[in-house]
Design a protein around this ligand. Structure first.
Ligand SMILES: [Zn+2]
Length: 309
């Protein structure tokens, strides 16, 4: 029994066992005070390094236009914030979202990506500034950015509070954090239920999630890092139904993925980029999906977070 690393309350109690990757069974504990869950003890950096599968790169190319259009949409909201500014995408992979934002706004864009291979390929593919470093060691001076974007990054950080403090450091006063994070209790639900039913650890729904944040725990660590005007909207309600086992094939047992292998040359991957789809249809669908975001419900699988420094 130990204190919660997020709210320092607790003590945290055993929730279930999960497989971080094949043959790596670890305990998850959850905190009765803030509702977050986490590995206890925390996995080692070596273990964390082993949980990213081989398909890691392929996905970035297959979803190229989705990421690009996400950037184009972000450009529209950035322009409403201010006509020009500086955007940092933490965990930017190939920097495709940044390319979409740059091509459709007057904003300057930069990216951080832990994987050196992804950063190298992204610079060549998208002609975007990408630095390969963890956010806590980001090389830019204080107050360099008007917006920091972090999509599905915080749950992979072994020290999420340090990552948020780094975002605060990098932001100008009044600057905005835009981030998405899984709704932890829902993200973990299939593992919890499977463990209770079968007494057996299963792979988590997404490899490498180290923290399962509740709305309350997210609010706490954002405030503690120095953010204000925090908005947390819950979305992906259909995934929320799946996580509860309400839809067929909901718990398609996740198979252990092959271990990460060396990257292929960029040209091999470039072929995986599909033809460019139409923007208008993408945007319509996105606006429709955005209607299904709620501040009053935690049913969905993900949180969309905005906050100001
Ligand atoms: Zn807690």
């Amino acid at each position: 029994m130990s204190a919660c690393p997020l709210c320092l309350g607790g003590p945290a109690r055993f929730a279930c066992k999960v497989l971080l990757y094949a043959d790596c069974e670890l305990e998850i504990h959850d905190c009765p005070d803030c509702g977050a869950a986490f590995y206890s003890p925390a996995p080692s950096p070596e273990q964390i390094g082993l949980c990213y599968p081989a398909q890691y790169f392929e996905g970035f190319f297959k979803q190229y236009w989705q990421d690009y259009y996400k950037g184009r949409s972000l450009a529209l909201s950035l322009a409403r914030l201010r006509p020009s500014g500086a955007l940092l995408d933490v965990g930017c992979a190939l920097g495709t979202l940044l390319a979409g934002a740059r091509d459709h706004s007057a904003w300057k864009v930069s990216g951080l990506e832990l994987s050196r291979e992804a950063a190298d390929m992204g610079r060549e593919l998208n002609n975007v500034e990408i630095v390969s470093a963890p956010v806590a060691l980001a090389p830019w001076p204080d107050a360099s950015f008007d917006c920091v974007h972090m999509n599905n990054v915080l749950e992979h950080e072994s020290d999420p509070q340090a990552a948020l403090r780094a975002a605060v450091r990098l932001l100008k006063d009044g600057g905005r954090l835009v981030m998405s994070v899984p709704n932890g209790p829902v993200d973990l639900l299939p593992n919890r239920i499977l463990y209770r039913r079968e007494g057996r650890a299963a792979l988590s729904r997404h490899g490498g999630h180290l923290f399962f944040f509740s709305r309350r725990s997210l609010t706490l660590i954002l405030e503690e890092a120095g953010f204000k005007d925090i908005s947390i909207l819950c979305f992906h309600f259909k995934m929320g139904m799946k996580a509860r086992g309400w839809l067929p094939g909901a718990w398609r047992r996740l198979q252990p993925s092959p271990m990460k292998r060396d990257a292929l040359p960029l040209e091999e991957y470039r072929r995986l980029i599909p033809p460019k789809p139409g923007w208008a249809l993408y945007r319509l669908r996105q606006l429709w999906r955005r209607l299904w975001r709620a501040s009053w419900s935690d049913f969905g699988c993900d949180f969309a977070v905005t906050a100001e420094k």
